[in-house]
Design a protein around this ligand. Structure first.
Ligand SMILES: *[C@@H]1O[C@H](CO)[C@@H](O)[C@H](O)[C@H]1NC(C)=O
Ligand SMILES: *[C@@H]1O[C@H](CO)[C@@H](O)[C@H](O)[C@H]1NC(C)=O
Ligand SMILES: *[C@@H]1O[C@H](CO)[C@@H](O)[C@H](O)[C@H]1NC(C)=O
Length: 405
């Protein structure tokens, strides 16, 4: 994990001196306290009935200064344990908490203390927590990157305003190198070698973690953004009610699907005409309800569904694009391509090249083979899961799979 963590223990010499003096004073104070009140026991102090004893923390800090925070923590815990012992036994049953509606595993906590969601906001080590954040970003953009693509990524990041939290997934182990860019210092860096976007997404973008972000951009590293502006993009996505979207692709960049090709005459389009026979239904992929996985943008609600569909072992995400529609309703209206803010897919092989040469096959061939295998596995799992569901419900719909399903 490459989240920068500055050591808090590097102190200047004069600070060190002050620390020693403070420690010394604390020890002396503690000694006299012990001598003056030899029978003072924490269990006999009149502790309030709140969860944490309202003991003056400076006492503990003085007593334990020079020790680790772990020691302070242990001390606090032992205080709590002592306090528990002091509760009359017949009161125990009345004070026990069990809230079935709490998150699973947290039933013993009073609901008021539960923080079930998180964020990527960077905080300070000092001051008032309430004053830490000058801006609470409403959007999140992630790039899966190798350092070789730094120029492209630098250009891309600059198209995202200060309203975006920037997150880089590093598949090549290079993280601090990015600090040459000013924005890198406010970015979240996650490093795990040779992993794919969907591997990172499944592990680091749990819906409860990214809950504050209204939109999540999950982008590859080889996208040209000259004609793209993220704030404008979001305006269009909101205007047209798109829950899952991508920018249109410049027509000359080696396209696979008609649906994702940029159009000149619209802001947004939600359907396309494919080659004859490719679409059994004009409202189904790849003619509608479909975007690719290279530059996908999810609304918070859509992502809360899609995350659950990502399989831990199917890391390339092939087939996911055809299944995204299962997360929104109606899919042919809520999935679309934004033409007015478009990008160029540069097709840099990058991670796709980092397989292993086997049986006389080039590294990229092995990766490609795995992609296709995963696509089949994903399709099978989805088909079986749906079948199992309908059977369990006593329903027998016609489950003959459509050509692209
Ligand atoms: C708590 O336990 C005591 C004795 O074990 C019992 O008399 C009392 O009724 C219990 N109170 C509740 C609320 O269950
Ligand atoms: C960031 O968001 C605020 C609030 O929605 C908006 O007023 C501002 O224009 C945004 N910044 C940019 C650069 O668009
Ligand atoms: C199921 O659908 C297929 C093609 O859509 C059709 O050929 C077949 O007759 C249907 N079967 C039933 C039992 O409805």
């Amino acid at each position: 994990m490459g989240i920068p963590l500055r050591s808090g223990n590097v102190r200047k010499p004069n600070e060190k001196m002050r620390l020693i003096v403070t420690t010394f004073a604390g020890v002396i104070f503690g000694f006299f306290l012990g001598v003056s009140f030899p029978t003072l026991s924490l269990t006999k102090m009149n502790l309030p009935s709140s969860l944490f004893p309202s003991i003056d923390l400076t006492y503990i800090e003085d007593k334990y200064s020079g020790l680790s925070t772990q020691a302070i923590f242990n001390a606090l815990n032992s205080l709590k344990a002592n306090k528990d012992v002091s509760v009359p036994p017949d009161k125990h049953n009345e004070t026990k908490i069990w809230v079935p509606t709490n998150p699973r595993g947290a039933e013993r906590l009073p609901p008021g203390i539960i923080a079930s969601e998180s964020d990527f906001y960077l905080r300070r080590l000092w001051g008032q927590p309430s004053e830490d954040l000058t801006i609470k970003q409403k959007y999140l953009v992630t790039f899966t990157v190798g350092y070789n693509q730094k120029a492209t990524i630098d250009a891309a990041v600059k198209k995202f305003s200060e309203n975006f939290t920037i997150m880089l997934f590093h598949y090549d182990g290079q993280t601090t190198e990015w600090d040459e860019f000013e924005w890198s210092k406010r970015a979240i860096h996650v490093s795990a070698r040779k992993q794919t976007k969907w591997w990172y997404a499944k592990r680091f973008l749990h819906p409860d973690i990214v809950a504050p972000y209204e939109y999540i951009f999950m982008w590859d590293e080889d996208l040209g953004v000259e004609h793209f502006d993220a704030e404008e993009y979001i305006k269009l996505v909101k205007k047209h009610g798109l829950e899952i979207s991508q920018p249109g692709l410049e027509p000359n960049s080696g396209l696979t699907w008609a649906m994702t090709r940029k159009r000149d005459d619209t802001e947004v389009h939600k359907e396309a005409e494919e080659r004859p026979g490719w679409c059994t239904d004009p409202h189904l992929p790849p003619c509608a309800a479909f975007v690719e996985i290279m530059a996908t943008v999810f609304s918070r609600d859509a992502w809360r569904c899609v995350w659950y569909m990502i399989q831990n072992d199917l890391i390339h995400g092939w087939g996911l694009d055809f299944a995204l529609r299962k997360c929104v309703d109606p899919p042919h209206e809520k999935i679309g391509v934004v033409d007015a803010q478009w990008i160029v897919h540069q097709g840099v092989p990058s991670l796709g090249n980092q397989g292993q040469a086997e049986n006389g096959k080039a590294p990229w061939e092995g990766v490609r083979e795995r992609c296709r295998r995963e696509w089949n596995m994903f399709q099978d799992r989805m088909t079986n899961a749906e079948k199992a569901y309908y059977e369990a419900m006593g329903l027998h719909p016609n489950l003959t799979m459509k050509h692209w399903d």
